[in-house]
Design a protein around this ligand. Sequence first.
Ligand SMILES: CCCCCCCCCCC/C=C/C(=O)SCCNC(=O)CCNC(=O)[C@H](O)C(C)(C)COP(=O)(O)OP(=O)(O)OC[C@H]1O[C@@H](n2cnc3c(N)ncnc32)[C@H](O)[C@@H]1OP(=O)(O)O
Ligand SMILES: NC(=O)C1=CN([C@@H]2O[C@H](COP(=O)(O)OP(=O)(O)OC[C@H]3O[C@@H](n4cnc5c(N)ncnc54)[C@H](OP(=O)(O)O)[C@@H]3O)[C@@H](O)[C@H]2O)C=CC1
Length: 282
Amino acid sequence: MRAVSSEIFAPGLLDGQAALVTGGGTGLGRAAAAELIACGAQVVLAGRRAEVLEATAARLGPAATTATGDIRVDDDAERIVATVLERHGRLDLLVNNAGGQYFVPAEAIATRGWQAVMRLNVGGTTRMAELAVERAMRPAGRGTIVNVTLSPHHGLAGMTHSSAARAAVESLTRAWAERWAGDGIAVIAVAAGHFQTDALDKYPAPVRESVARMVPLQRLGQPREHAWLVALLASELGRSLSGSVVTLDGARDNWCGPWPPPAITDDGGDVPVEERRPAATR
Ligand SMILES: CCCCCCCCCCC/C=C/C(=O)SCCNC(=O)CCNC(=O)[C@H](O)C(C)(C)COP(=O)(O)OP(=O)(O)OC[C@H]1O[C@@H](n2cnc3c(N)ncnc32)[C@H](O)[C@@H]1OP(=O)(O)O
Ligand SMILES: NC(=O)C1=CN([C@@H]2O[C@H](COP(=O)(O)OP(=O)(O)OC[C@H]3O[C@@H](n4cnc5c(N)ncnc54)[C@H](OP(=O)(O)O)[C@@H]3O)[C@@H](O)[C@H]2O)C=CC1
């Protein structure tokens, strides 16, 4: 019996599927795992901290199990994928969600910091994708990989190392989609804007306090919204979206300052609208 059903998808949308969600113990990964389970999938949560994974698995119920490891370490990455196959005999969906960075001005990024961000976001994501394809998806002739990246795409002050890393992942997404199409494998990137997860607590106070104002929608994204998109991409529709970067960001990509821009607002704080020409001159 299904413990919790999806709020928006038909029951059984992902029945029989086995999914691996890296970084599945927290935030966006946990929300994605919960929605995949609500749609009928079995989910393996991967991450470095066993206790975090176990707590999430207990919360999500018997369809969730765990595999501890560091996606940057080849032996760990191999063991995580092997665990999924031993447990379920298949891997239909890899959500490459584990990733991140630290907040720092571009000119202050140390070489080791740049390398750490690249190793996690590009190296770890690449290795997990390769292993999923080699060990499970190509032999099965089918699979879907969802790579979580970052919006805005026009550069993000304080996270330029991550912007560069995620641009690389989006480029790889397009290349993999083309390369693996003949193997029945779909590859899609989800460029997440600013979402309300516990991870935001680590950012400097002025960033935390103003981040929602940088989103034209004027609020942070909710993890369940991201999770719905991941479930949709795991469905049949994901196959024809292969090679795409789907941006889920409340229009953040379209504006790079606070919204509305203070310089153009009227006394009430609203964006002014131009006057229409008189009807006779239109
Ligand atoms: C003004 C413009 C405003 C724009 C505001 C936008 C705000 C947007 C916020 C919302 C968007 C949210 C996006 C998210 O992604 S939230 C998810 C966040 N989660 C994570 O980041 C988790 C994963 N992150 C990490 O594990 C680490 O950050 C890291 C990627 C660095 C990997 O850690 P690792 O353990 O490999 O690295 P080390 O700690 O060993 O460090 C290696 C070197 O990295 C440098 N470093 C690391 N941390 C810092 C720091 N806090 N400050 C400065 N330098 C740092 C450093 O060079 C390390 O080398 P050394 O140890 O030799 O010093
Ligand atoms: N929240 C937001 O606004 C946005 C988030 N994103 C991205 O979405 C993803 C999830 O973010 P969010 O949930 O907010 O943040 P979290 O920091 O909660 O998620 C990161 C997850 O990845 C895991 N992880 C980190 N490094 C490794 C590693 N080397 N090997 C295995 N697992 C690892 C962490 O678990 P553990 O430490 O136990 O290993 C954690 O569960 C990240 O890629 C993030 O950059 C993108 C845009 C916006």
